[in-house]
Structure formats: structure tokens, C-alpha cells
Design a protein. Structure first.
Lengths: 277, 277
């Protein structure tokens, strides 16, 4: 089942909770992506779980990205790992489908895509996955062209090297769209699902634009779903064919654009006969 | 010989020409890049030639009005060819080293890199080169990732298909820097020169930077020479090894940055023992 899963904040106060429910209603969702402030206690997370259960709401992707994970500063890496440990514990309490993570080591430097950085990334992911196994929660690796996890091939190598059922994929097709693939997103999507479909448990939904010419060499940017070149019909067909649930999160846009993006996806789904929750 | 060849406006009035000469002196050049205004008559062009000869200044790259050549409207295309022809005649009068030609059919469309668009571009270049042969001026094809002329392979195909001694290359490595090559510019530069050097008659000098994270997927942008990852030592060594003159134009920046960029190139040249004019 494809579960539309926009980012919503649970909140604590009655007003925040009412706002949460109002938005969930407008967005017509029962699943949502969220993170929980670092200062929440386990008891507060349990209370939030109870609230969600009462209203038939589930947490899909549970992510607060700690950019220092796998970074060059070992103290900051350790702190990031501690935060992920807490996040995994809270994800377990709240019943989240996964905790998303990324590794940004070397970003913006010539080392970003090097073999040495890649091997270090694998060791960092293996370390995180051990925590996930202990907590009993899936972790989902998030890609970006400007990070070591930058291709289907890198994903395959990661899954093989780590070899854990707790390691899944937070697919973000736009983040893997190199310039020459912008007008070939169908081909890219099919390659992604052909190679990695079994491991994909959550998807970041955006569109992709290319610009450049003259003084700009080339820019690849995000856009609201429906405003670019991403082949959503193929994405939805491939997600629908998976044997497991996948959450779909329209990310990075202000609220109105999130609604618009989600509605575009729902429109495509209706057109091609795919059910979304 | 490598000839630094900044873009300067010769002007018509005594004041404008005084500014021009001051800039030439500041930049330490005796070759310039320039455009020919559409309104100039042959007399205007000859007068400019006289002025330049008097001061020992040559025209390197002459900007070609090539953007309208991309039109698929037959009438507009014919007009564009006429205009380009007129520009070629003007370049001949000026004694220009070459006229630049960008190949932009399909620009901004999803067909920009298709085989069909490419075949059309070859036809366009053949037609324009026939005029160049008749008039007696070299045309230098200018690349960009966002146009059909987007790779070394496309250049080779073009040169082979057109097969004219009047068709040369206006090399712009930054415009050919796809993301995966940003940190491997020495490799890119060597690939370019290994395959195309005998045809390279003019060069656009810029630097290249890559950014991207989170909401920006990947951005490849120009920068002033010295402020990015472009390997100028390799560029200069390879240009210096050519048996013919090449003009080098630090393009797209305001005047102070052009001076700074040129000075950076001169300093690299001094460091590696390459002579520039």
C-alpha cells in the first residue's frame, strides 16, 4: 500500500494537537512523517503514541538528520550517534515505520565520491544499523548526488556490505537525478526499482527541474510535484507493485505547496488506477 | 602562442576609444574579443580596423549572432543566416581570428540532446560553414552542457560530419563540466585536448564550482579563474603545446573580475614557465 505521509508536527498542547488533526484532515492522511524534539522524555513520546492511536494516525518516516554522522569530527559523530540512538528508541515507542538517515562525509569536496570516503561511509552505516537492530527499528538510507550515497550502484554496494534486514532505503529519486537523466526520468525510476525495489520502504516526493545556459552551466533543482519532469505515473505503478507498504512524503515545500504536490500525486494515481492511502 | 583576448568595446567617439586604449593597457593585451553591432556599416567596420591597426591591436574572437539560428521557423532561420553572414563579412574586414558559433537548437526543451535535434544542428553548421568558406573566415563552435554540442564526442561527430577546414573549436571546458568531472578537471582537460586540440582556435577562460545540498540537488556554476576547481596549469601547458595561436578570453565577469581572472592565469603561466601574449 502507498501511504501518503506528509510532514506534520504532533505538538503537545491542545491547540497544537487540534492543528495537527486539522491538517491531517485537509491532507486526507492517516500516516505522516515527523520528528520529535530532542528534549521529549520517553513518557511524553508514549503519550503522543496514545494520542495517535486514538485518532487512527501512524508515523511513517521518523527523521531528524544529524549531519555530523560519519563526519570528520569524531566527537560530533559520537554525539550524532547518541541522538540516533535516542531517535530509534522513540521511533520504537511511537511505532514509526523507519528512521531516515544520510551520510554527508566529504560533501562539497573532492573526497565526497572517493573510494576511501565510501568505505568509511559503509562502516558508519554498519555502526548505525547495529543500533537499529538493538532497538528493533528499521533505518532507511537517504541519498543525494552531493553525498557518498549518490547512485543505485552505491546503494547496492551498501546493502550488500552491511547485510542487515534492518537497513532499508529512503528513496529520493530527484536527489539521484544527474543532468543527463532529467529528461529520462522513466528510465531512472525503472532502474531504481529494478535494482532496489525490495528495500524501498519510504519515498521523498518532489519534482525535478533543470536550468542553465549562458552564465549558469547547469542547475538541477527541486520543484513541487507536477511542476517538473519526474514521471509520477511510473513511480506510482512501481510503488504499487511492491509487496510491502511504502510511505510517500512530499518534502521541502511550504504547506500550501505540500498540499498542491500531494494532490497532484493523487490526481496521477486516480488517472492510472493506483490506490493511495 | 597563447593570446589573452578580453572582451572590450572599441567605441566610436574619441572618449570611448580613449577608455578602450586605457583598458587594453591595464589588461596588458594586444588582442581583443569583440562583437560587431548590427547597425555598423562596412565603413564603420573598416574605420574600426584602421584604428586597431594603428594601435597594434588585433581582433581574436568575434562574437557571432548565433542565437537566432536555433529557430525552427523557416523565415526566422533564413533571416538569422543572413545576419550571421553579414557578421562573417564584418569579421573578415576586421581581420578577426574567428567567429564564435553556438549551437542552440532545442535549447530549453527536452529534445535538446536527442539524435533528431543533433542531426538538425549538423545541417545548420554545414550551411553556416559554407558561408564561412566563401567569405574566408574561420568559425569556432562553442559548447555548453545545455545545448546539443555538449561533449567531446559530439564535437568529434560534428567535425567529421562537416569536414571543413573553416570549422574550428571555441573550447570552453567549464561549459563541458558535468558534475562528476568537477573534481577531475585535469582529466577532463586532457581528454579535450587529446581528442580535439588541433581544432581549438579560441578558448573561454572561467573557473567552475559545484554546490548542492538539501534542497539544491546540484549546481554547476562559473567562477572567476582561480576561484574554483579548474586546472589552469594543465590548460596552459596544453594550449602552449599547440602549433597555432589560440586566443583566451576571460568571459562573463565585470571588468575588475576580468582583470583579476586574467592576472590569475598570468600568474599560473609564470609559475609553470608558459609564455602568454
Amino acid at each position: 500500500m502507498i501511504l501518503m505521509s506528509p510532514s506534520l508536527s504532533i505538538g503537545k498542547s491542545p491547540e497544537e494537537r487540534a492543528e495537527f488533526l486539522r491538517k491531517a484532515d485537509i491532507l486526507e492522511v492517516k500516516t505522516f512523517a515527523t520528528s520529535i524534539p530532542e528534549d521529549w522524555t520517553d513518557a511524553e513520546v508514549e503519550e503522543a503514541r496514545k494520542f495517535l492511536d486514538e485518532h487512527g494516525m501512524r508515523v511513517g518516516e521518523f527523521s531528524r538528520y544529524y549531519k555530523a554522522l560519519g563526519g570528520y569530527n569524531l566527537d560530533e559523530h559520537e554525539l550524532a550517534l547518541q541522538n540516533y540512538r535516542r531517535q530509534l528508541r522513540h521511533a520504537r515507542i511511537i511505532g514509526a515505520s523507519c528512521v531516515g538517515f544520510g551520510v554527508l562525509r566529504g560533501r562539497g569536496t573532492p573526497h565526497m565520491w572517493s573510494q576511501e570516503t565510501w568505505e568509511y561511509t559503509i562502516s558508519v552505516v554498519a555502526e548505525l544499523v547495529r543500533e537499529a537492530e538493538a532497538a528493533g527499528v528499521d533505518v532507511a538510507a537517504h541519498p543525494h548526488l552531493m553525498s557518498p550515497i549518490c547512485s543505485v550502484e552505491r546503494y547496492k554496494a551498501l546493502l550488500e556490505a552491511v547485510g542487515s534486514p534492518r537497513l532499508k532505503i529512503l528513496m529520493d529519486i530527484v536527489n539521484l537525478t544527474e543532468p543527463h537523466m532529467v529528461f529520462r526520468t522513466t528510465e531512472l525510476i525503472n532502474k531504481i526499482f529494478d535494482e532496489l525495489g525490495d528495500a524501498i520502504i519510504t519515498l521523498h516526493a518532489k519534482d525535478v527541474m533543470i536550468s542553465g545556459g549562458g552564465k549558469i552551466v547547469v542547475h538541477i533543482d527541486e520543484a513541487v510535484p507536477g511542476a517538473g519532469f519526474m514521471d509520477y505515473a511510473t513511480i506510482l505503478r512501481r510503488l504499487d507493485a511492491l509487496a510491502h507498504d511504502v510511505t510517500v512524503y512530499v518534502e521541502h515545500f511550504p504547506y500550501p505547496e505540500t498540499v498542491a504536490g500531494q494532490q497532484y500525486i493523487r490526481g496521477v494515481a486516480r488517472e492510472i488506477g493506483v490506490n493511495l492511502n | 602562442m597563447i593570446r589573452m583576448s578580453p572582451s572590450l568595446s572599441v567605441g566610436g567617439s574619441a572618449e570611448e576609444q580613449a577608455v578602450f586604449l586605457r583598458q587594453v593597457k591595464t589588461l596588458g593585451v594586444n588582442t581583443i574579443t569583440m562583437g560587431i553591432p548590427a547597425a555598423w556599416t562596412d565603413d564603420d567596420i573598416e574605420s574600426t580596423r584602421g584604428f586597431l591597426d594603428e594601435h597594434g591591436i588585433r581582433v581574436g574572437e568575434c562574437h557571432g549572432p548565433y542565437k537566432p539560428l536555433r529557430s525552427i521557423n523557416a523565415e526566422e532561420y533564413e533571416l538569422a543566416k543572413q545576419r550571421f553572414r553579414q557578421n562573417l563579412r564584418g569579421a573578415r574586414i576586421l581581420g578577426a581570428h574567428c567567429v564564435s558559433l553556438g549551437i542552440m537548437r532545442g535549447f530549453l526543451s527536452s529534445h535538446v540532446w536527442s539524435e533528431e535535434t543533433w542531426e538538425q544542428c549538423i545541417t545548420i553548421v554545414k550551411e553556416v560553414v559554407r558561408d564561412a568558406e566563401e567569405i574566408g573566415v574561420d568559425i569556432a563552435a562553442h559548447p555548453h552542457i545545455r545545448t546539443p554540442l555538449c561533449s567531446v564526442e559530439r564535437y568529434k561527430a560534428l567535425l567529421e560530419a562537416v569536414a571543413s577546414p573553416r570549422l574550428k573549436i571555441l573550447m570552453d571546458p567549464v561549459n563541458l563540466t558535468w558534475p562528476q568531472m568537477v573534481y577531475k578537471t585535469a582529466e577532463l582537460v586532457n581528454h579535450i585536448f587529446d581528442e580535439l586540440s588541433e581544432f581549438i582556435t579560441a578558448f573561454h577562460a572561467k573557473d567552475v564550482i559545484m554546490t548542492g545540498s538539501g534542497k539544491d540537488i546540484v549546481h554547476i556554476d562559473e567562477a572567476v579563474p582561480g576561484e574554483g576547481t579548474m586546472d589552469y596549469a594543465t590548460i596552459l601547458r596544453r594550449l602552449d603545446a599547440l602549433a597555432h595561436d589560440v586566443t583566451v578570453y576571460v568571459e562573463h565577469f565585470p571588468y575588475p573580475e576580468t582583470v583579476a581572472g586574467q592576472q590569475y592565469i598570468r600568474s599560473v603561466a609564470r609559475e609553470i614557465g608558459v609564455t602568454l601574449n
